[in-house]
Design a protein around this ligand. Sequence first.
Ligand SMILES: Cc1ncc(COP(=O)(O)O)c(C=O)c1O
Length: 455
Amino acid sequence: MTHTATPPATDGQEPKQQPSFEEQLSAQAILISDRDYLVNQHCAQLGVDQSDVFAKTRVYSGVIDSLRQHGIMQYGVPIESPPGPTVTMEFFGEKRTMIMLASNDYLNLSTDPRVHEAIQRCLKDYGVGAGSSRVGTGYSYMHRLLEEKLAHSFGKEAALLFPTGFDAIAAPARCLLTKDDRVLIDSSSHACILEGAQSCGATVRVFAHNSPDRLESTLQRARNKDPRSGILVIVEGAYSMDGDVARLPEILKLCRQYGARLLVDEAHSIGVHGDKGHGVCEKFGLSSEVDIIGGTFSKSLGATGGFLAADKDVITYFNYISKKIIFSAALPPLLIAGVSAALDIMENDSSLRERLWDNVRYLANGLRQVGARLMGTETASVPVLIANDSIMFRFTQDLIREGIFTFPAVYPTVPKNKSVFRLALQSRHEKQDLDHVIEVFDRLLGKYGAKAPAN
Ligand SMILES: Cc1ncc(COP(=O)(O)O)c(C=O)c1O
């Protein structure tokens, strides 16, 4: 049995106006990323008997099938070619070369021969898996060397590797906070920040995106309520959906003023910001002052895994308290070799970062000239504001037909009617491909009436 987002008819009441096709698609898009909405609203509306815990999965796969039937299910489409600025993917029954604007391999280090060589050498000597967790027997000299290197690079006493960036960023709230504490997060926070905050038992407060004023009033309220509660503030160094970087000097000053600790997630800023690519803390010269710096190897460093860097005491505490460290296998040695090599390249070869920024500026200027409404342009991705949720899926299909791959970011990933196309650049994107992107956006923004109003 399949279900779509169409609401059931209601007896004895005015028949509800059928939602438009586009509204149904938007509703389905919400369903695929929000389990609580699926269970509490959609399944409940359809009268699905949920005594079988699998019932929701039948409804869910019906939604996915219906999105696929309309050719608008871009999530999880396998890529046939190696990663890069252009890739081969299958759409509308045929293989196509697509300009990739949705990868976070900003510096193209995942395919860098220098990284591959380091991995091959390590594979020969150390094999594949670590065999156990970091506090078990999965910790090698290579892991220790990388942790020391990260601590040094990020201006901290110590660093700790995690299986993923998600695990690393979620860990501080989970390990440090109790129900008597507060965690303050930016309204544009990534899911791993939300996960850490919501699962730690502390009171969660959300402040308006990148607003020191709103952070201050939230801090004031927290301190007035309970002067003795602990407070952890979590921000991202760079917000790739908004295109801006954290107003770190002001945020850090407020944290000090109100006795709060600060965690900065540098996921999208490593490799992109700072002279050596260490992120927004380095950019502002605040690496040693920010309390905890977290990051991922899955974006500019082209691999997978994550880390935290902080004082020695704090890192020792995370090492033995975090369940992800104790009960999940350590990163494979060959991956450690690849990340170490990628880190060296990132720090010493600034040409990759320069080419990336050249591409960001080129695309942003070109899009602005054809009337695109850009959010910030301070990150490696250029977010184009479309705002009208209902056109996002048709727009995406048109982009795919034109050989351009990106995801539509719609509610609940972004607020309602704040939908954007987040166009992620890479060092190796070619100008002729970016020209094509600009020309296509010019046409499609015109077609869908989504250009900035002329002054
Ligand atoms: C801001 C931010 N933090 C953390 C992560 C998680 O990183 P990882 O892919 O290593 O789990 C992501 C990944 O999308 C991210 O965007």
